[in-house]
Design a protein around this ligand. Structure first.
Ligand code: OSB
Ligand code: MG
Length: 369
């Protein structure tokens, strides 16, 4: 296959409910949709789901645009390849910039799956026909507001709830949710905000029967994660710490995690995300697929990845409607009692709604070989 044209579309959509993490809040998202065309005219779409600001990862929507335009698209245009696993080799010299790479990598996979008439999940080697979705709930103004949000999503059938935590919003909200729902599959995510001086708050969370504590410490501080894991029985899950398969090897050797959150964006694409899955699976570490409030294209890729055998915990692949009034794909991703069906049609398994994209596009660029 040979990619002869690439378009980047910066598309802006409002979230239906403002989302707040330990570092920032957001209500409007700009993601870059990647449209690759090969010499036969076949098209593959991907999504660069970088947050606008560099608070989750170092990238921003502007750095992703720049990397795409100046380095990544030029690296792949006109190159011959047989399998989507070969595509990342064309930009192997580019360090980091995982979100930007991810959008192009996914578009390559979707193009290949579409051209070969196989569903994306099958192209990846996935075998599950449905995946279980959990919800990730942001920091709310009050505990009552949080309880309302939890209730709303449990009523919609989601079987697992993750709460964002931060110093001053940890033990008390967790105690309140646990008291209201003693049996709920509940976990927390700190997005790396805690330091060693907060260890008493983190240890206090150990009594609530949480499924995991996700990324309590800074991304590079693997030693702090390993130390805390020795002191608590709740499994520690890593998110931001693992950007490469090599990061995962080090974390495993330090016993810094018992569960892995795999994000396609954070790993730089489906090829690397699947490799992380394979390594974790061999090591006996359960994985789940994290989200970045993806629009439908990235969301569909998350569903496909979650069909791999090691994804034994609920993934953040909630229905499009949790996030957006209207999505860039038809039909949108839907969840029935917290279960999402893995599409069985070729490629992404959804149509891309180019009219809706055109109505919400902020900027477009086309590059050709
Ligand atoms: O840590 O998982 C995270 C959103 C933005 C930045 C970081 C994270 C998140 C989420 C969103 O939790 C999960 C979703 O897409 O539903
Ligand atoms: Mg996280």
């Amino acid at each position: 296959m040979k990619i002869v044209a690439a378009k980047l579309h910066r598309v802006r959509l409002p979230l239906v409910h403002e989302f707040r993490t330990s570092s920032h809040g957001k209500s409007l998202l700009d993601h870059i949709l990647v449209e690759l065309t090969d010499e036969s005219g076949a098209v593959g779409w991907g999504e660069i789901a970088s947050p606008s600001d560099p608070y989750y990862a170092p990238e921003t929507v502007e750095t992703c645009w720049l990397l795409g335009e100046r380095y990544l698209v030029p690296a792949i245009l006109g190159k011959e390849w047989e399998r989507p696993e070969e595509v990342p080799q064309f930009w192997a010299k580019v360090r980091g910039n995982q979100f930007a790479k991810s959008g192009l990598d996914v578009a390559g996979w979707v193009l290949w799956a579409t051209s070969n008439d196989v569903p994306l999940a099958a192209a990846l080697g996935g075998s599950r026909s449905e995946v279980v979705a959990g919800v990730s709930l942001g920091i709310e103004p009050t505990i009552d507001d949080l309880l309302t949000e939890v209730e709303r999503h449990l009523a919609a059938g989601y079987p697992r709830v993750k709460l964002k935590i931060a110093p001053g919003w940890d033990v008390e909200p967790v105690r309140a949710v646990r008291a209201a729902y003693p049996e709920l599959d509940l976990h927390v995510d700190a997005n790396g905000i805690y330091t060693a001086e907060h260890s008493s708050q983190l240890k206090a969370l150990d009594e609530f029967g949480l499924t995991m504590i996700e990324q309590p410490f800074a991304p590079r501080d693997l030693l702090a994660h390993a130390r805390l894991q020795q002191q608590i029985s709740t499994p520690i899950c890593l998110d931001e710490s693992v950007e490469t398969v090599d990061d995962l090897k080090i974390a495993l050797s330090l016993d810094a995690l018992r569960i892995l959150n795999i994000k396609i964006s954070r790993m730089g694409g489906l090829t690397a995300a699947r490799a992380a899955h394979d390594l974790a699976h061999q090591a006996g570490i359960p994985v789940w697929c994290g989200g970045m409030h993806e629009f439908g294209i990235g969301r569909a890729a998350n569903v496909a990845l979650s069909s791999l055998p090691g994804f034994t915990l609920p993934s953040d692949v909630s229905a499009s409607a949790k996030y957006y009034a209207q999505d860039v794909i038809t039909p949108p991703v839907v969840a029935t009692q917290g279960v999402v069906q893995v599409p069985t049609t070729a490629g992404l398994g959804h149509d891309v709604d180019t009219d809706f994209i055109r109505q919400n596009v902020v900027a477009t660029i086309e590059l050709t070989s």
